[in-house]
Design a protein around this ligand. Structure first.
Ligand SMILES: [Zn+2]
Length: 82
C-alpha cells in the first residue's frame, strides 16, 4: 500500500489554493474575481491545515493544569475559586 493518509486531500487543497490565489496586482481572487481570499480559498486553507494536523491555537484548550503544569502543593488561581 502506498496510500498515505490525507495525501489526496492535501493535493486537492493545494490545487485550490493555487487556483484561488489572491493577485498581488489587484487583490482579487484569480479565479473568482472577488476581493481578498475567497470562500474557496478559505475552505482549502482549512482543509490543508487539518490534513497536516497543524495545532490549532485555541487559548486554554491544552488545559495545562490537568497535567500538573504547576508547582506541586500549590493550588492554582482557578482551583482556589472553588
Ligand atoms: Zn476564488
Amino acid at each position: 500500500m502506498t496510500t498515505y493518509h490525507g495525501g489526496q486531500q492535501i493535493d486537492d487543497a493545494q490545487a485550490t489554493l493555487e487556483q484561488h490565489a489572491v493577485s498581488s496586482a489587484n487583490g482579487l481572487c484569480r479565479t473568482c474575481g472577488v476581493p481578498g481570499p475567497c470562500a474557496a480559498y478559505e475552505r482549502a486553507a482549512k482543509a490543508f491545515a487539518l490534513a497536516l494536523r497543524l495545532p490549532r491555537r485555541v487559548p486554554g484548550v491544552t488545559q495545562p493544569h490537568l497535567i500538573g503544569a504547576r508547582r506541586s502543593g500549590e493550588l492554582s488561581w482557578f482551583e482556589r475559586t472553588n
